[in-house]
Design a protein around this ligand. Structure first.
Ligand SMILES: Cc1ncc(COP(=O)(O)O)c(C=O)c1O
Length: 356
C-alpha cells in the first residue's frame, strides 16, 4: 500500500447510526438527509492538520469568518456507489481532487494534498457504507468543500480554512426531459472570471436568473457567453452535448465553463463507441439552423447530480428549438455510466476506485 504523505485520520464514530430512520429505498431527495459523520481538517500556520472523521455536527463559525464576507468558498460534488460484491466505490475521485485545487488556485486558497482528499473520501465512504442506496440511479452524494474560517475584516486571502466532507443519500434519478431557457440578459461567467472554478459565488449569481427561468416554465438556464449572448456555455450544474448529423459537439473549455468530470467521461464513452466528439465554440444560431434543416438529433446535459438529462426544448422570448423525442445514443451513454458505477458493465476505463 502506498504510504500517505499526510497525517493519519482520527475516527470518532457515532454511538448509534441514524441510518435505520431513513428509507433509503424510496425516492430520497438528494441534499435533504445527511449521513452520520463528517470529515473535517483545519488549515492553520500554512499546513493542513488534524484530519478527523467525527459525528455530523454544527461547526462553530465566527461572525467575521472571511468566507461569509468575501466568498472564499469552493466545493466539489461526486457520488459513491456499491459494486456487485458490496464494495463501496468512488467515481474518479482523483479528478475531483485536481479540480478542487484548480478552484483553490483561482480563489486564492491553499491546495489540499490530493492523497489526503482521496484518502479522506475513502475512509468516510467506508464508514458510511450502509448509507449508500442501491436502487438503479441512486448513490451516496458526497460534498467536499473548503472555506475561509479566519475571523478578519479586510480584503486579502484568509490564513485559516476548513476542509469538510459531508454525505447525502440521493435517490433514483429517473431521467426526465428538461426545458432550457437560453438566457440573454444575465450571465453566469466571463473569461477571466471564476466560471471555470467551482466557487460558491458562481452558484449564488445563478440563483435569481434560474428562478426567473423556472417562473417562465423552464427547468434550468442555458448560459450563453457574456459578450455576444450566442455562444453556448453550460446548464445549471451540467455541461451540454449536441448530436448533429451523427456527430457530437460540446462547448470547449474556453475559460468560463466548469470542466465537468461527467463531461470528460461522456467524451471517453462516446469515442470508445466510435462516435466523433468535437470540443469547440457552439452558437445558439447553429443549433437553430440544425433544427431547421433536420440534422439536430439529440441533446443532453451531463453532470454528477443528475447524470444524463435529455433536453426536449431550448427557448426564450425570441425562439424555440424542439428536440427529437428519441435519444438512443444519450440513453446508451447514461446506461454505460450507470453500469460502470454499479459494476454491471466492465470498467474498461479504470474509473472506479474501491473505498476500503
Ligand atoms: C456549473 C457546473 N457545470 C457542470 C457541472 C458538471 O460537473 P461534474 O460532471 O463534475 O459533476 C457542474 C456540477 O458539478 C456544475 O456545477
Amino acid at each position: 500500500m502506498q504510504e500517505l504523505m499526510t497525517p493519519s485520520i482520527k475516527i470518532t464514530p457515532v454511538a448509534q447510526s441514524r441510518v435505520d430512520q431513513v428509507e433509503l429505498n424510496n425516492s430520497i431527495v438528494m441534499g435533504t438527509q445527511f449521513t452520520d459523520h463528517m470529515f473535517v481538517c483545519d488549515y492553520v500556520n500554512g499546513a493542513w492538520s488534524n484530519p478527523r472523521i467525527e459525528p455530523l455536527n454544527l461547526i462553530p463559525t465566527h461572525p467575521a469568518a472571511m468566507a461569509l464576507h468575501y466568498g472564499q468558498a469552493i466545493f466539489e460534488g461526486m457520488k459513491a456507489t456499491l459494486g456487485q460484491d458490496g464494495t463501496p466505490l468512488l467515481f474518479r475521485p482523483d479528478q475531483n481532487a485536481k479540480r478542487m485545487n484548480f478552484s483553490a488556485d483561482r480563489m486564492g486558497m491553499p491546495h489540499l494534498p490530493e492523497d489526503l482528499f482521496v484518502e479522506a473520501l475513502k475512509q468516510f465512504v467506508a464508514l458510511e457504507k450502509q448509507w449508500i442506496p442501491t436502487q438503479e440511479g441512486s448513490a451516496l452524494y458526497l460534498r467536499p468543500f473548503m472555506y475561509a474560517d479566519e475571523p478578519f475584516i479586510g480584503m486579502r486571502a484568509a490564513t485559516t480554512y476548513k476542509f469538510v466532507i459531508i454525505g447525502s443519500p440521493a435517490g433514483p434519478f429517473f431521467s426526465r426531459k428538461i426545458k432550457l431557457y437560453a438566457e440573454k440578459k444575465y450571465v453566469r461567467a466571463v473569461n477571466g472570471g471564476t466560471g471555470e472554478a467551482k466557487a460558491a459565488g458562481n452558484y449564488a449569481a445563478a440563483i435569481r436568473p434560474t428562478e426567473y427561468a423556472k417562473a417562465k416554465g423552464y427547468d434550468q438556464v442555458l448560459w450563453l457567453d457574456a459578450h455576444d449572448f450566442n455562444y453556448i456555455q453550460e446548464v445549471g450544474t451540467m455541461n451540454i452535448f449536441f448530436k448533429i448529423d451523427g456527430k457530437f459537439i460540446t462547448p470547449d473549455l474556453s475559460g468560463s465553463i466548469l470542466a465537468g468530470i461527467t463531461r470528460m467521461s461522456v467524451i471517453d464513452v462516446l469515442r470508445s463507441r466510435g462516435y466523433e466528439v468535437t470540443e469547440r465554440p457552439i452558437t445558439l444560431d447553429e443549433i437553430v439552423a440544425a433544427s431547421q434543416n433536420g440534422t439536430l438529433e439529440e441533446a443532453f446535459g451531463a453532470g454528477t447530480a443528475v447524470g444524463i438529462a435529455h433536453i426536449e426544448e431550448i427557448g426564450n422570448n425570441d425562439m424555440t428549438i424542439k428536440f427529437p423525442s428519441e435519444n438512443p445514443v444519450s440513453d446508451m451513454v447514461a446506461d454505460t455510466l450507470e453500469g460502470i458505477k454499479k459494476q454491471t458493465i466492465e470498467d474498461q476505463f479504470g474509473w472506479m476506485i474501491p473505498a476500503k
